[in-house]
Design a protein around this ligand. Structure first.
Ligand code: PMP
Length: 407
């Protein structure tokens, strides 16, 4: 039987803290999630019992640490339904995963006059690396706009794709509006024109059922720290055919086969893309986070979080002068808003004085804010341990700030 979602909160020790003498209401999960005790224990157990450098050693600890690390690769592959563990590359996070593809793919496949398409809904980490790659390669940077509901304009995408398009980069869920993009449809449109797709799953992999083979993404990137795992570890999934063709991104130890003054040859997959000593402890923490998540029924988890989101949107919409941004057909875990006449930054500081943690500003999505003609939003974002009481505290907190500043 799967674990009850309502029991999750007690697994996260940090949530029982007080902030400014009030119980912590943590609603900044899109920035990073908190960690369950099982993840914290896995990291400290690793350092207490198994720490060694992996792959190269032949002593017991090195073998133990290597096995633990490689087991997590298999867990990640199963978690996102990759065809094989060799298609899983450990990185520092989504940002590094996307940079890896932008560099390696750019070097191998992008020529002057070629085109790259990204969406206007992207986090800077799925925007800037492509911008820079276009500058390096003499390629043209194209952007799919979004409409008044915060949904991508797929007709515009249809018109943007052409024979010079080399790659499309798009997120599964927008971190500033929460829009769930129709990834299946987008991938299909791109593939019909022979264009590979990189999907940024940073705001999706912890909330929705995930299957990279069904999605048919060529590349899929995500961060551990947004899925209850430690900071400093992330994943690049890529179809084997691409990993075989792409040159390495970082080079050094472990990623080589032969090294002579004349020539360097590369290690097999996935090691060709993992130069140097990896972040073993946090990879093991990621494995513990996946074990933790696998205790839940994911359809149930998604339904629970969707209900929470609707509840929160309902409460916020009753507050006079409050505007929620975007109205996509499907939204996930993000409540972006502003109150007329109140700076988002001031709202954040005053909510914090009541123990409520939200994020304010541009959320690393300046193109989204520019399109909305605003400098930023207040963003409350959800995780599986949030509940109605958290959202009621948020709504009360916002109403209090309005009373305070508008008296
Ligand atoms: N993409 C999206 C959609 C994100 O929300 C984030 C983090 N806010 C990133 C990419 C970057 O992730 P990281 O900083 O963990 O590399």
């Amino acid at each position: 039987m799967s674990k009850s979602i309502l029991s999750a909160r007690e697994d996260f020790p940090i949530l029982s803290q007080t902030i400014n003498d009030l119980p912590l209401v943590y609603l900044d999960n899109a920035a990073t999630t908190q960690k369950p005790q099982a993840v914290i224990d896995a990291i400290s157990d690793y350092y207490r019992t198994s720490n060694a450098n992996i792959h190269r050693g032949n002593h017991s600890l090195a073998i133990q640490a290597t096995q633990a690390y490689e087991n997590v690769r298999k867990k990640v592959a199963a978690y996102i339904n990759a065809a094989s563990a060799e298609e899983i590359i450990f990185t520092r996070g989504t940002t590094e995963a996307i940079n890896l593809v932008a560099y390696s793919f750019g070097e191998a496949f992008v020529q002057p006059g070629d085109e790259i398409i990204v969406s206007q809904l992207e986090h800077h980490s799925n925007y800037v690396p492509w911008h820079l790659m276009c500058q390096r390669r003499g390629a043209t940077f194209r952007v799919i706009p979004f409409d008044e509901n915060g949904e991508l304009d797929l007709l515009a995408l249809q018109q943007l794709v052409n024979k010079r398009t080399r790659l499309l980069a798009v997120n599964q869920v927008s971190n500033s509006l929460g829009t769930v993009n129709p990834i299946g449809q987008i991938v299909k449109m791109a593939h019909e024109a022979n264009v590979p797709v990189l999907v940024d799953g940073a705001q999706a992999v912890q909330h929705t059922v995930h299957d990279v083979q069904a999605m048919d993404a060529d590349f899929y990137a995500f961060s551990g720290h947004k899925m209850y795992a430690p900071m400093g570890v992330g994943v690049l999934y890529a179809k084997r055919k691409w990993l075989e063709k792409l040159p390495p991104f970082l080079s050094g130890g472990e990623m080589i086969d032969q090294v002579t003054p004349e020539k360097v040859t590369f290690n097999v997959l996935p090691y060709k893309f993992e130069a140097g000593t990896p972040n073993v402890a946090d990879v093991i923490g990621l494995g513990a986070a996946i074990d933790y998540l696998n205790q839940f029924d994911f359809a149930e988890l998604e339904a629970y979080e969707d209900e929470l989101l609707e509840y929160g949107l309902g409460l916020l919409s009753e507050i006079p002068g409050l505007k929620v941004y975007g109205n996509p057909k499907k939204r996930s875990a993000i409540l972006p808003f502003n109150v007329e006449g109140i700076q988002h930054y001031d709202m954040g500081i005053l909510l914090d004085s009541k123990g409520i943690a939200v994020r304010t500003g541009q959320h690393c999505t300046q193109p989204v804010m520019d399109a909305l003609h605003i400098t930023g939003t207040v963003r409350a974002s959800l995780a599986l341990y949030n509940n109605h009481a958290d959202l009621e505290a948020l709504a009360r907190g916002v109403a209090r700030v309005i009373r305070l500043l508008k008296r």
